[in-house]
Design a protein around this ligand. Structure first.
Ligand SMILES: C[S@@+](CC[C@H](N)C(=O)[O-])C[C@H]1O[C@@H](n2cnc3c(N)ncnc32)[C@H](O)[C@@H]1O
Length: 272
């Protein structure tokens, strides 16, 4: 797929990869010592993945893919950042945890990979980079074996309706909840994993309402097993959130105002 915005996003992700790999958020040293990088929600909901083949879409530099492989899964990770995939390959061999990594735009994956998987997995800041969820769902369906499942844990689209300026003290609705053909452009240099760093490329991001996520998967024939919404986030997506003892970021005073993350599992039915 050629898309005029994706080249700019790729350039941004080459910058972010360099920032992220050295950040406290991604804690590379801890990871090398064996720290878990999968989110507790994923750990609770994925089930036993030992011996399963997993396609990980938008895997960045492979920490989660290698975490899945550490649990005995055969993992193939895909990302369009060359730096991220080079780092992922290096980490996999340094850690002696075999995993395959492919560098490409996910929409071009059929030119690089012809295989079926038990599970397609993706998580944590992936959908906003994708212009077309219909093609995304077709890709997921194409790579799933009958009886296999798709799993996503993602930041909730309701949360991206509100501004997250550093001086904000509460929720201020600013952006549309609904999908627009034209992406939003961000050029504030924001580096989510290290607020002391600045990026130079802008980003182009698409809003995808939950209904579009669900409908795209239903349209290709997947059966939804569950859709969960969570009132907390894995990072400080608003400056006024408070971090709890469990490492989750919540609204002050324990007010569960809006959903900040969701997870969804959907099966590909076995053909009769
Ligand atoms: C926030 S990361 C998500 C990965 C994981 N949650 C993490 O934090 O490491 C988003 C990833 O999507 C990748 N990405 C964005 N658009 C893509 C595309 N069209 N094809 C492949 N990868 C893409 C970026 O390079 C980045 O590594």
């Amino acid at each position: 797929m050629n898309h005029k915005y994706l080249d700019t996003n790729k350039a941004l992700w080459e910058e972010l990869t360099e920032i992220n790999i050295g950040s406290a958020m991604y804690d590379l040293e801890g990871f090398k010592q064996g720290a878990e990088t999968l989110d507790p929600i994923e750990l609770a909901e994925l089930g036993d993945i030992k011996g399963k083949s997993i396609l990980h879409l938008q895997c960045q530099f492979g920490q989660d893919a290698i975490s899945l492989a550490r649990k005995g899964a055969q993992v193939t990770g895909v990302d369009f950042s060359e730096k991220a995939i080079a780092l992922a390959k290096g980490l996999s061999s340094e850690q002696k945890v075999p995993a395959e990594f492919i560098c490409c735009n996910i929409y071009d994956l059929p030119q690089h990979l012809d295989k079926k998987f038990d599970t397609v997995f993706t998580s944590g800041g992936v959908l906003c980079w994708l212009p077309d969820l219909t093609k995304w769902a077709q890709l997921i369906n194409q790579y799933l074996k009958p009886g296999g499942f798709f799993y996503i844990r993602e930041f909730h689209p309701v949360s991206t309706v509100f501004s997250n300026d550093s001086e904000d003290t509460g929720l201020k609705a600013r952006y549309s909840y609904f999908h627009q053909d034209q992406p939003l452009m961000w050029d504030d240099g924001y580096a989510y994993a290290d607020h002391s760093k600045k990026t130079h490329n802008p980003s182009f991001e698409w809003q995808h309402p939950l209904a579009d996520v669900v409908s795209s998967l239903l349209t290709v024939g997947l059966k939804i097993e569950f859709l969960h919404e969570f009132p907390y986030c894995s990072y400080d997506c608003f400056p006024f959130l408070e971090k709890g003892a469990d490492g989750r970021w919540r609204f002050p005073g324990g007010n569960d105002l809006i959903p900040l993350m969701f997870s969804l599992k959907a099966f590909k039915p076995v053909e009769k």
